[in-house]
Design a binder for this molecule. Structure first.
Ligand SMILES: Nc1ncnc2c1ncn2[C@@H]1O[C@H](COP(=O)(O)OP(=O)(O)O)[C@@H](O)[C@H]1O
Ligand SMILES: Cc1cn([C@H]2C[C@H](O)[C@@H](COP(=O)(O)O)O2)c(=O)[nH]c1=O
Length: 708
């Protein structure tokens, strides 16, 4: 294969390196779609709403006009209420993909088609609810965002409810962003739903803003905020909020207490816990299993074992959670006898242990050195209760055997484990060997562990310490070197911006900037709104183009939008179903030269299904022969725009694509490594050189074969 530098000298001495100039158009006959569309047949514009919006698409978008300025319009037809086909052609690097993405974005963000289809709000509400109820939440949210319309409060409530229920919190954010974009002022009820959504998302900043905006708070909103803070490790804030809530006059319920006890358990603050316990008794909340388990857990974590046991004794309503709370509570304090006694009582009283109960039992056995008992409990898990031991149960067993110095058995246990790919198992073996200083096993466990979890700094330290304990200082140095080389401990990456001579650094996940809360909030909002504004109705590219993965279309200067990669266009409906196809108004097709069924698809989509199809592709291949079916669809098209690039060799307009390598097949995926845009003169000279190079290489190949 001729190298690029050889190519440069072969072609021309004036070869310039990569040009960053924007692509330019051939001299053009400028044309304005807006003016054409207004002068066309009045029957096209039966619906006044449709007229305005349609013409707006083609006249008001500066991005589109700039593309027009660079193009030659070979054929023009007025837009019709049936579909449309717009074709963007040119050589590589001409800006075809850029133009396609802009067109798609401008079509989708002004929502003309949805306005046309869903001009009746009731119909839109019905469709959204239908999609939601049939489990197609994402489609519903996508539709809501593209229409740009306000919907009924009930529809918003259902969509938000579904997002929360299905844990599709990002969809919930999009719904909120849509409300903001269309200027919808949510009711108190919807604000509470949004608040719950943000709590679940872990975005407590936004949740708190919504909370403060509520004209009238409710127990639900207080509980959501308290739970949110406690679950995110801000127990003190949660507890303070609980006191504020009580000052405001609200009577706490079981949800409040579940959060408050959890907070007190983590903070190990028995005073607050006891006070809350008193309030709970006053509120006559007694027999709630979840609250009682949280209360027991609180007492155990605050080292008040007798109180924990008392709560258990007084609970008439017990279940596996209550029992497990008791057993784990004793386990935390190393009360092995109590753990096992409680476990047997639990079984005796007819409760079936779960995998958490067994974890507590196995770890108690490990702490008590009860190897045989541990083995017996481990076997009974699947045999008697049908519970398949998980990685953590195996790890507990390995720990148990390791602590007892039975390393070989521990190793056999690992080998027999069905889940050997769980790093936790090898980590347990590593820990166990370290205690007893078996260096061969240490190395083996470490090798397997780091293969599964190469970036666990904690275990590198364990390994290094194990070597250090045995005085293997060379190995210690080796581990440290690996850590440095593989970047396990490395300087975190950051980005920096300068504002008014001040530099601001942002590390991944770092919240130390004094305005970090506001910054993160703004970034989140912007991401959400931009996503919705740029919501892509549908982009398709050929799955032959694997340059940037299959799920996105990327321009040569890195602009990226999600897409669907398909082998052929007819597979669209098979793959996504007729419903999905019917919901599309605009379809963008990139790399159109690779689709054999382009003609049939475009005709059907525009003529019969009323779609707007925007097609971008190469009109010619590297030999300037018609490429695929792109030129075949010109008779079907409403408009054709031919773009040009900059000649890599002289900076004049480039109409053609020159292949820089010797391959001769028509289809050869590649970018600037394989192709360059050139003007006519350089195409002709370059092609001559390339043809010569190809024939030399070809004859060399023939010679090699005949000599062999
Ligand atoms: N020789 C060139 N002429 C014009 N643009 C170029 C050239 N080389 C790189 N580019 C970059 O490529 C971008 C166009 O990329 P893209 O839209 O993906 O083109 P296409 O889809 O037509 O291959 C231009 O905006 C420009 O930044
Ligand atoms: C000229 C020519 C191009 N191709 C391939 C190379 C690329 O993968 C695409 C064109 O992509 P772009 O977005 O237009 O830059 O087509 C080919 O297979 N054969 C050719 O002759």
């Amino acid at each position: 294969m001729p190298t690029i530098s050889r190519m440069r000298s072969l072609l021309t001495p004036t070869f310039s390196s990569f040009s960053s100039h924007l692509p330019e158009a051939a001299p053009l006959a400028l044309f304005s779609f807006a003016s054409k569309s207004l002068s066309c047949n009045p029957t096209t514009f039966r619906n006044p709403c449709f007229v305005t919006l349609k013409s707006a698409i083609f006249s008001s978008k500066s991005s589109f006009l700039s593309i027009q300025n660079r193009g030659v319009h070979m054929e023009v037809a007025p837009p019709s209420s049936a579909g449309e086909i717009h074709v963007i052609i040119g050589p590589m690097f001409a800006g075809k993909t850029t133009a396609l993405l802009r067109r798609i974005q401008s079509e989708s963000s002004n929502g003309s088609f949805q306005v046309e289809l869903y001009k009746s709000h009731r119909q839109l509400d019905k469709t959204l609810k239908g999609l939601c109820i049939s489990g197609r939440l994402r489609e519903a949210v996508g539709l809501l965002c593209t229409t740009g319309l306000r919907v009924e409060p009930g529809t918003y409530a259902l969509l938000l409810q579904e997002s929360i229920f299905r844990k599709e919190y990002q969809q919930g954010r999009r719904i909120h962003a849509q409300m903001v974009v269309v200027g919808y002022d949510p009711s108190e009820y919807l604000k509470t739903k949004l608040l719950i959504l943000y709590v679940k998302l872990g975005d407590l900043g936004t949740a708190h803003v919504l909370f403060n905006e509520l004209l009238k708070t409710s127990l639900v909103s207080w509980n959501a905020m308290i739970a949110g803070y406690v679950q995110r490790g801000l127990e003190e804030v949660g507890l303070n909020l609980y006191y504020k809530m009580r000052q405001t006059g609200f009577v706490p319920d079981q949800f409040t207490f579940a959060s408050v006890f959890r907070a007190c358990a983590t903070l190990a603050t028995i005073e607050h816990g006891k006070q809350a316990h008193g309030v709970m008794i006053k509120c006559q909340i007694r027999e709630n299993v979840v609250v009682n388990s949280a209360l027991m857990d609180m007492y155990f974590k605050c080292s008040s074992l007798s109180d924990g046991h008392q709560v258990f004794d007084k609970s008439l309503n017990r279940n596996v959670i209550t029992w497990t709370a008791l057993i784990s509570g004793y386990g935390q304090h190393g009360k092995v006898v109590e753990v096992l006694e409680s476990f047997h009582r639990m079984k005796h009283e007819g409760f079936k242990p779960n995998y958490v109960t067994f974890l507590a039992v196995l770890s108690a056995c490990s702490h008590g050195g009860l190897v045989d008992e541990g083995r017996a409990y481990f076997s009974s898990m699947s045999r008697d209760y049908g519970i398949q031991p998980r990685g953590q149960h195996y790890a507990a067993m390995i720990d148990l055997l390791g602590r007892a110095g039975r390393l070989q058995e521990a190793y056999e246990f690992v080998l027999n484990a069905p889940c050997k790919e769980h790093s936790v198992i090898w980590g347990a073996l590593l820990g166990a060997c370290r205690i007893h200083g078996d260096m061969d096993l240490v190395k083996l466990a470490a090798k397997n562990f780091f293969e599964l979890e190469p970036e666990n700094p904690g275990k590198y330290v364990v390994l290094s310490n194990a070597y250090a304990t045995s005085g293997l200082w060379d190995n210690v140095a080796e581990v440290r070197a690996v850590m440095r080389k593989s970047g396990v401990i490395k300087e975190p990456g950051y980005s920096m911006i300068e504002i008014q001579n001040g530099a601001h650094f942002f590390f991944k996940g770092d919240k130390s900037h004094k305005q970090s809360q506001d910054i993160y909030k703004m970034v989140r909002e912007m991401t959400c709104i931009l996503k919705d504004a740029g919501y892509v109705p549908d982009l398709i590219k050929s799955n032959k183009d694997t340059r940037y993965g299959l799920d996105s279309i990327v321009t040569h200067d890195g602009v990226k939008l999600p897409c669907w990669a398909l082998p052929d266009l007819s597979s669209f409906r098979q793959k996504f179903g007729l419903d999905a196809y019917n919901q599309l108004d605009v379809i963008g097709i990139d790399e159109a030269q690779f689709f054999e069924d382009l003609y049939d698809f475009c005709r059907e989509a525009a003529d019969h299904d009323g779609k707007t199809v925007i097609v971008a592709g190469l009109d010619g291949d590297y030999l300037r022969r018609s490429f695929g079916s792109v030129l075949d669809i010109i008779p079907l098209a409403d408009s054709v725009t031919k773009l040009t690039a900059r000649c890599e060799l002289c900076q004049n307009r480039a109409f053609f694509t020159l292949r820089k390598t010797e391959e001769i097949q028509t289809e050869l995926i590649g970018g600037a490594d394989v192709y360059m845009p050139v003007c006519r003169q350089h195409y002709v000279s370059g092609q001559v050189v390339m043809e010569a190079a190809r024939s030399v290489l070809e004859s060399q190949k023939v010679q090699c074969v005949s000599n062999a």
